[in-house]
Write a protein that binds this ligand. Structure first.
Ligand SMILES: [Zn+2]
Ligand SMILES: [Zn+2]
Length: 345
């Protein structure tokens, strides 16, 4: 089968790999969709920056896989051939406290391996997956919808859960990349509004506005904090940074109202801020949030069906597997929405 590895230096390489056979507790998936995440660009594609949980071991890339079961290994107790599944993208040890709570992302066992980082991922025709990392994809959702939930939408949803977003909240989303767009989309369904989004890229502001995901698209410049304050009479009850940029994080904190909540979801970098002024004296609660749990991902798939909400509406570019090179170039340009590879397309 054809598979894609990321050697660094912003390059993509195709490798011919044998189609794997499922071992105990494993299933073989025909990969139908495998989207590109900001983490793939930040820590693997440009250069291999990651260490520990983010170390890239030269495996087939892609940690947002969604596909159909085509073979079932011995000892599987739930899945059967033909099942459509989303893959929770980290395979944990299964028995530590984090794993037993569904947060395989937080597993610290040496056996923990993330798809597309330490074990083969979704940028291939087939993927070997642990049965306990597969979540049923509802019929109403497409494989691309499922791929988007497997990391980005799941991560954004977890941040909104931590913030306990509801109809009582005005919401600011800093960073309108795929995770920010996802946060804006789901926050609307959870009742928040108005929703304000900021980004430095004009194309991303335009996309968020066009899709109707934000009520106000504000350029992330020196006037942004004043604009948000004016639009809301002094700030938002809830703010979420999906950019990982220090200035955007600062903007989120500055734009959080007294007694408000702020969540940091965007990865990497640092931030420096006046703790008394922005946190203590405003009685603000600040959350860090990393990916999500198996249970919350499963819940979210059900919510999306009832909300009649399709994650794939934020996909602006779709590519076949042989065009993975172009897919990564487009994703790295950072001007559009989500980029998805569809093996078999
Ligand atoms: Zn990701
Ligand atoms: Zn574990």
């Amino acid at each position: 089968m054809d598979g894609v590895v990321l050697p660094g230096n912003s390059t993509v390489e195709h490798v011919a790999a044998p189609v794997p056979e499922p071992g105990h507790g494993q299933v073989l998936l025909a990969v139908k969709a495998s989207s590109i995440c900001g983490s793939d660009l930040r820590a693997i594609y440009r250069e291999h920056l990651g260490t520990g949980d983010e170390a890239y071991r030269g495996v087939i890339a892609g940690h947002e896989p969604c596909g159909q079961v085509v073979a079932v290994g011995p000892g599987c107790r739930r899945l059967a051939e033909g099942d459509r599944v989303v893959v929770y993208h980290i395979s944990g040890c299964g028995v530590c406290s984090e794993c037993r709570h569904g947060y395989m992302i937080g597993c610290t066992s040496p056996s923990r391996a993330a798809y597309g980082w330490q074990r083969d991922g979704g940028h291939a025709e087939y993927l070997l997956a642990e049965e306990n990392t597969c979540i049923a994809l509802p019929d109403e959702l497409s494989y691309v919808d499922g791929a988007l939930v497997s990391c980005g939408f799941g991560t954004a949803y977890e941040g909104l859960l931590k913030l306990d977003v509801s109809g009582r909240d005005r919401l600011l989303v800093t960073g309108l990349g795929p995770v920010g767009l996802a946060a804006a989309m789901m926050a609307r369904a959870m009742g928040a509004g108005p929703i304000i989004g900021t980004d430095v890229a004009a194309g991303r502001l335009e996309l968020a506005r066009e899709l109707g995901l934000v009520d106000h698209a504000v350029p992330a410049d020196d006037k942004a904090a004043a604009t948000v304050a004016e639009l809301t009479g002094g700030g938002c009850e809830a703010t979420i940074d999906c950019s990982g940029n220090g200035r955007a994080r600062l903007l989120a904190l500055e734009s959080t109202r007294k007694w408000g909540r702020c969540a940091f979801v965007g990865e990497g970098g640092t931030v420096e801020f006046a703790v008394s002024e922005l946190l203590i004296h405003k009685q603000v609660t600040l959350y860090g949030s990393w990916v999500t749990s198996l249970r919350h991902m499963e819940d979210l798939l059900g919510h999306l069906v009832r909300w009649r909400m399709r994650p794939d509406q934020i996909v602006t570019d779709r590519f076949s597997l042989p065009d993975a090179d172009e897919a990564y170039r487009v994703a790295d340009a950072g001007e559009g929405g989500k980029v998805c590879i569809e093996p078999g397309r």
